[in-house]
Unconditional design. Sequence first.
Length: 658
Amino acid sequence: MSDDLFAADAPVSDSYDASAIEVLEGLEPVRRRPGMYVGGTDERALHHLAAEVLDNAMDEAVAGHATRIEISLDTGNRVTISDNGRGIPIDPHPKFPGKSALEVIMSTLHSGGKFAGKAYATSGGLHGVGVSVVNALSAETVVEVARNRELFRQRFACGVTQGPLESLGPTQNRRGTTVSFVPDPEIFGDLKFRPARLHRMALSKAYLFAGVEIRWRCAPELITDETPAEAVFQFPGGLADHLREQLAGRECATTEFFSGAQDFPDGRGRAEWAVAWPLWSEGSYRWYCNTIPTPDGGTHEAGLRAALTRGLRGFGELVGQKKAKDLSAEDVMNGDELMLSVFIRDPQFQSQTKDRLTSPEAARLVEAAVRDHFDHFLASDMERGRALLGFVLDRMEDRLKRRAEREVKRKTATSARKLRLPGKLTDCSADDPAGTEIFIVEGDSAGGSAKQARDRKTQAVLPIRGKILNVASANSAKISANQEIADLTQALGCGIRDRFLPDGLRYERVVIMTDADVDGAHIATLLMTFFFQEMPELVRRGHLYLARPPLYRLAAGNKSAYARDDAHRAELEETLFKGRKVEISRFKGLGEMNPQQLRETTMDPATRSLIRIVLPREYEQRAGVRDLVERLMGRNPEHRFQFIQENAARLDGEAIDA
């Protein structure tokens, strides 16, 4: 670093002084950056608000203080959740004179009763931000608390207290907390709660804690075919009841599925599980910690995998089946119907949205809790144990056979590339598709940079010529005759439509890498349309990604950074380069980037950012996606024109919620 930077007479920007240091108070940080607290401002984030309030009610039930929870969806996008627990404390808070504990909890980040473990042995809340975040992101929040036979109420708007805590008088038959809120349209726009999603959320919570009663109500005008107006959920069998309903009489490898529960030693929590092995199933997996869904699994998942896999290996050794030593977790768990719920103290999650559990001790605790039960499940009925072992050994043999076939295909294709693979494909050297990826780029110039920037072992590059055919507006004959589509299909090796073979896919990730401008976005859209229509299963299985190359390079002195678009550039100028003269370079395309720049910004797994393209699982959502693709990419240009007219004001630097 140059010594000039430390010289006494070095220039200092007049605009960077104490007044430039901004301090956000109260709940203002949440409204400024909602993505940090609820993961964004999309539909998932909207429903996360309801989940946060419902989780608080569930914590009261798990702690043994509540037996009933009510959730209702009313007109005006209002959700109300109540419990018959202890009720949020309303006495004055010792650290905040003039404020009740209720007001502190609702309007102050990192406040709550779940830090020391005195009020709750296990809970979903960790940082004391959940209900205060809901308050911050709601246009209106009303909290009613019944304690000591007296009813209290306090109102809030956008996180700001609207008046003092008021007493509504005595109440004889009511106790607990009721939270009613309306998400702020300034944050979430026109998004509305989906009754079906809230209904499923309530149902799953009832399964997770055996015995708790959850009552559901929906305003008549919001009812759909799949959502009742009212319902009461209570399942004494917990997860076992849930799994029995999921199986719906399907034939399984064993006549009884494996379920149970076990407390952890020294009062460190509890695990409950239910696992079945249907003969024909794609499988479904549900993981929970302290009643919080963790869709990405985590350490509790790892513990269950280890218990089941090692248990079957041990049983195989017991009955003299030597092949069992080669069993993998994939053989044991792929295609299973599986549910695992754990309750642990002070859980650690990957983020505030709690998608993945990272508590290290959870793996060991779950494996120890499940393993003894699973060993007994196998050995107490040898016929059942042998049936399950034979079932997973068949899976193992199928897996090994598929892997051998893939290796033969790859080696054959590599040794005779000119005959079997597109001429412009530069393949990777790895034989196993696991960990490999193919980058689809536009043109030879971008292809040349990508080939020099890639990791030769795991990354392949396929250049395509210009804008690929719009398959949404072309007939099958035209699609079959298109050379670019033929090359792409041949390179991937998995076939299209009803001839799609998942095991034939030659790469784990398919990455669309186009220029960061409008033309590049158009090409990416055409490619996504191709995959949606011709290879939807590839998308459903999570193999399709979008690369995020930069559009600009910003430099000032020894400092440089890359910006994805105009908005990102402006943000960097105002933050990272504030007050400095910035030299801005605009990349006309990927081909203008040198290989080193392309590698570090777009292709290196350690520094890049990818967007995974997914398809919703619910049929209605898939139908909605198909309708959207048809309207925007189909043969009728009037639909596209109408969409542009309706959204023109939002096209400049803002994503359209379609």
